[in-house]
Ligand binder design. Structure first.
Ligand SMILES: Nc1ncnc2c1ncn2[C@@H]1O[C@H](COP(=O)(O)OP(=O)(O)OP(=O)(O)O)[C@@H](O)[C@H]1O
Length: 229
């Protein structure tokens, strides 16, 4: 078990937005977090990453509470939104900076980025533009590639398919499926993509886990009927 959630709650005013009793995540699982707007997905991710503090309970990463140490940061990467980027840099400058934190040289970063030619679709590198001047979809591509560049053991992506064109969505699915052994959390409103990429689905509603199951050939249909009710 690489991650464990114990009695995790987040309360804003009189509203409990996350309330998860117990969750165990095994190494190598690819977990799709689905739920309607306001279900608490992003709030949950923010607590996994110690970006906000739980009102109660804890997230344990390899047995250690994430809010009580930094060790988990060495093997965890994430892209939740464009706030994770440094928007006054060019993508090249940003990748070089992130790479330097991993002790990657400029040449290492260059050769790493070569595999993203297809994913970037000639829109990211050598454009001379700052990240702030890219479309939201292209900013997402920079954030996702930078997270993957860290070769994390745990990867957390909030709605990675949002704002991507269909071609890039399919390329992203391929990229994610290639990350064998990585423990991945993906939230998505795209039931099709999320069941395609993930081997476990956690369905949340009003902050609570409603269903938690391994995906099989019936999963998409089950989710569609749940959400059409
Ligand atoms: N800082 C905050 N103060 C008060 N309420 C908040 C705060 N952050 C989130 N909430 C509330 O918590 C609930 C869960 O929000 P969250 O963004 O986690 O949902 P989500 O499942 O990610 O939604 P979406 O699919 O729309 O992105 C919502 O009702 C939201 O309004």
């Amino acid at each position: 078990m690489i991650l464990e959630v114990r009695n995790l709650k987040k309360v804003y005013g009189d509203k409990t937005v996350v309330n998860i009793g117990h969750l165990e995540i095994a190494q190598g699982e690819t977990i799709g977090l689905v739920g309607n707007n306001g279900a608490g997905k992003t709030t949950f991710f923010r607590m996994l990453l110690d970006l906000i503090r739980p009102s109660e309970g804890a997230v344990l990463s390899k047995g250690n509470d994430v809010k009580e140490g930094d060790g988990w940061k060495d093997y965890t990467a994430s892209f939740l939104d464009e706030g994770f980027l440094i928007d006054y840099l060019t993508p090249e400058e940003y990748f070089t900076f992130i790479g330097s934190l991993q002790e990657m040289s400029v040449a290492d970063v260059g050769s790493y980025l070569a595999q993203y030619t297809e994913f970037f679709n000639n829109e990211i590198l050598n454009s001379g533009k700052y990240i702030r001047d890219f479309s939201k979809g292209n900013q997402n591509k920079v954030g996702i590639a930078a997270a993957l560049m860290q070769k994390p053991e745990i990867l957390i992506l909030d709605e990675p398919f949002a704002n991507l064109d269909p071609t890039t969505q399919i390329r992203l699915k391929k990229l994610l499926k290639e990350q064998v052994g990585m423990t991945t959390f993906i939230s998505s409103h795209d039931l099709n993509h999320v069941t395609d990429v993930c081997n476990r689905i956690i369905l949340v509603e009003k902050g609570q886990v409603i269903k938690d199951f391994k995906t099989d050939e019936n999963t998409l249909q089950e989710l569609e009927s749940y959400f059409s009710a």
